[in-house]
Design a binder for this molecule. Structure first.
Ligand code: HEM
Length: 81
């Protein structure tokens, strides 16, 4: 079992600004990436995924398909869908 709370898709969509926090989903996980946004090597493009799923964007930018990127993402996990 998981130690993370269940978070609804609807709740995730309310977190798409620096003011309200920037959350994304990936493979059923929910991530609060607010503090990572300014460190993103790909710049502000990351904000396109704010409040929604990373999958469609990472399908286009295959640079994310690496173990070290997934490890980085895992540090920001806050819940599960
Ligand atoms: C590059 C992380 C979301 C676009 C990278 C790199 C990391 C990273 C670690 C460097 C990879 C490497 O060179 O080994 C993340 C994380 C994301 C995220 C943790 C979400 C939480 C996005 C989104 C987009 C995007 C949503 C596009 C809409 C890019 C681009 C690069 C990049 C274009 C290449 C930058 C360059 O080398 O010039 N990202 N990314 N990223 N990312 Fe993201």
């Amino acid at each position: 079992t998981s130690a993370f709370p269940i978070i609804s898709q609807k709740e995730v969509t309310t977190h798409r600004s620096l003011e309200h926090g920037i959350w994304v989903t990936f493979k059923g996980g929910v991530y609060d990436i607010t503090k990572f946004v300014a460190m993103h090597p790909g710049g502000n493009k990351i904000l396109l995924a704010a409040g929604g799923a990373l999958e469609p964007f990472w399908a286009l930018y295959a640079v994310h398909n690496q173990e070290h990127v997934l490890e980085m993402l895992s540090e920001y996990k806050v819940g599960e869908l």
